[in-house]
Write a protein that binds this ligand. Structure first.
Ligand SMILES: Cc1cc2nc3c(=O)[nH]c(=O)nc-3n(C[C@H](O)[C@H](O)[C@H](O)COP(=O)(O)O)c2cc1C
Length: 354
């Protein structure tokens, strides 16, 4: 059933009203201020296309791209990472996220992304908690313990990319007993970044517990001019509204919840406007959406790899629905497009859970 938010309603303290103004990242207007998060292994061009077709996200992001890998491939194989597939051609605005710990390497890649790919925003990953990135490469969230290096990476990247804006995505800190996001926020701003995104967990938390939106909210007073984008556990239009009204963020970023629900952005955007929240697509429409997504993936990755890749998205589309387990068991065995399509036709649509 369609629900209604209290549109254009003042908060108790009279501060925040809906709808929030568009977000400005440098000269890039993010309208509505709802961002699609970077997710390695998921937010490739096919997925971004699905999100774009439903609308509601003011800025989409690629998967994180390793800057050192980019340089190596460029020099040795005259090729660029697969993760940049689609980037040169798709509609703007579009952010590309990069990671590494060498300021010069980051600056070099940032410049290429701006000059050759004409990306709208270059985002830096300071939040990834995965060992491969932290312990092995001293990058991602590992850098939260080294604000000086963060400053230098941002500074050089901003200089190399100007006037294209550079943004940073962080967590609250490396661990619960080392939460330093307020200090980091100032460092990020002083180094010249145009926006800060904060996932409200520490690196040590990975995905455990809940995102701490009080902490995210606190950061706001440590930023002078650049916008704050809050991220973590937003899985409904109502929660997006709450994030703006209660936690004082300038923008929000959605990750996991959109993987099987690319229409979530459009629902959240409607809620922010004070319009009725569109209902979820019917099961039949969701099935068609998954099959269209499948076609896009296969078009790019070929039948075999595309089918393998699509299995994980299919599980996301089924998540939370009655019969999801049954569907997952079958779809996990699909190895050709014909098998995938027949499994989807037979076991999806699933009934919504009551
Ligand atoms: C599978 C997966 C891949 C991710 N990859 C990235 C990434 O490449 N870069 C990044 O900054 N964050 C990445 N994240 C973190 C998300 O962008 C986001 O910060 C986190 O999932 C919290 O938001 P959520 O609660 O809306 O999912 C990833 C998360 C997941 C689940």
């Amino acid at each position: 059933m369609a629900s209604q938010v209290n549109e254009k309603q003042h908060l108790d303290d009279g501060v925040r009203t809906l709808p929030p103004p568009p977000l400005k990242i440098g000269d890039v207007v993010v309208d509505p201020p709802i961002l699609q998060a970077p997710m390695a292994g998921f937010t490739n061009a096919a997925f971004r296309q699905m999100v774009r077709e439903y609308g509601g996200s003011g800025l989409q992001a690629t998967e994180m791209v390793n800057a050192r890998g980019f340089v190596w491939m460029d020099e040795h194989e005259a090729e660029h990472p697969d993760r940049l597939w689609g980037v040169a051609d798709e509609p703007r605005p579009l952010a590309v996220q990069i990671w590494d710990n060498q300021p010069e390497v980051m600056a070099k890649v940032g410049k290429r992304l701006v000059d050759e790919y004409r990306v709208s925003v270059v985002d830096i990953n300071f939040g990834c908690p995965v060992r491969q990135v932290t312990e092995k490469a001293h990058s991602g969230s590992y850098l939260l313990r080294d604000p000086d290096r963060m400053h230098e990476i941002i500074r050089q990247l901003v200089e190399a990319c100007a006037p294209t804006p550079v943004t940073a995505k962080i967590r609250l800190g490396c661990s619960r007993d080392n939460i330093n996001c307020n200090e980091i926020a100032s460092v990020v701003e002083q180094a010249g970044a145009a926006a800060l995104t904060v996932h409200g967990r520490t690196a040590q938390d990975f995905f455990k517990g809940s995102a701490d939106w009080e902490r995210i909210s606190e950061i706001k007073s440590h930023l002078k001019n650049i916008p704050l984008i809050g991220n973590g556990d937003l899985d409904s239009a109502e929660k997006v509204v709450t994030a703006f009204q209660k936690y004082n963020v300038d923008g929000v970023m959605i990750a996991r919840a959109c993987l099987g629900r690319p229409w979530l952005f459009a629902q959240a955007a409607a809620a922010l406007r004070g319009d009725p929240i569109p209902e979820d697509p019917s099961m039949e429409e969701q099935r068609d959406c998954m099959l269209r997504h499948f076609d896009l993936v296969v078009e790019r990755f070929g039948a075999e790899k595309g089918t393998l890749l699509m299995r994980k998205y299919a599980c996301c589309y089924a998540q939370g629905k009655r019969g999801a387990r049954h569907f997952r068991t079958h779809v996990a065995k699909a190895s050709t497009p014909a098998e995938f399509q027949s499994i989807v036709t037979e076991f999806f649509p699933l009934e919504s859970q009551p």
